[in-house]
Structure formats: C-alpha cells, structure tokens
Write a new protein. Sequence first.
Length: 198
Amino acid sequence: MTGFLAAAAMSFAVIFVAELGDKSQLMALTFATRFRALPVLLGITAATAVTHAVSVGVGYLLGATLPTFWISCAAAVAFVVFGLWTLRGDSLSADEEKKSGATTRSAFVTAGVAFFLAELGDKTMLATVTLATQYPGTGGVTGVWLGSTIGMVMADGLAIILGRVLGRNLPEKAIRIGAAALFFVFAVWLAVEAFLNG
C-alpha cells in the first residue's frame, strides 16, 4: 500500500473512532435537531478541512525534526491519553449549547465557526497532529489530511442522520467505551511498531 493510501486509511479509521461521542459530534447531533442537514454538514466539512490542514502542518514539522522511535513512543502515549479522554466523555458547555441552538444566522456559518472553535486543541486535532508525524512526505501528509477530514465528516454525518432519526436517545456510554478501546488498540500497535522498528 502506498504512503498516501496507508496514511489516508489509518487516519480515516483513527479520526472516525476519535469522533464517536466527542464534543463536536454532540454538536452535530444538536445542530441536526435545529437545522437542515446539508448546510450543517457543509459547515462541518469546511471547518474540519481547515483545522486538519493546520494539524497536519504541525505534525509534518514535528515529524521532520524528531527521531522516529521517540515519535512512535510519544504517539502511543498520546493514543492512551486519547482513550482515557474518550472514556471520560465530553459534554457541551453552556456557551457551546447556546451556539448550537442559534437560529438567527445561517446554519453553514454557525456550524462552521462552532466546529472550528470546538476542534482547536480537541483530541481529534491532536490525533491528526500525531498521525502526521507517523506518515512523513507529501503523499503521507496529504493522505493524513484527506483521511482525517473524511473520517470526521463521516462520523459527524452519522450523528446528523441519527440525530434526525433518533433524536438524542443514543447509547452514549457504549459509544465512549468502544471508541476508547479502539484507541488503546492503536496505542499498543504504535508501541510495538516503535520497538520493532527502533
């Protein structure tokens, strides 16, 4: 598998899992109960593309300056932290709840701005930075950006669909536990890779 395809596939999987039960997915669910789905999804896509481009740029710069063994070890630790963060769960603050309920502005702008701000420093942004350190080179970085963006948009699109169909009655705890378990699997995988290749 080429660097681009491997990076895109791994990034899609990791970010899709990271987004399950995340704050921004909860925002997507909330937006889905108030706005038409398409403008919300387009706003999410625009915000995600920009945020993940920044994340990938940071990860690329870090990957170019640090030794591979230590990057892989740090990535494994980061994924354990992401797993614990996921287990803890996320909730919307009063301000985020207010933004997601705003009906006077367009859904595209509201969703885009809210998602951009929610993603700054969030685990999906940090996971994208971590992934970009693992796939150096133009093909790898482009694959991480594309895969992570599509993974997040798909997860949030799923929340929008479920929000429209089921309302807010989703098994949030089960989603959190499953996503955290997958993060721990990725952490073990990265740690083994670090010691085998380091």
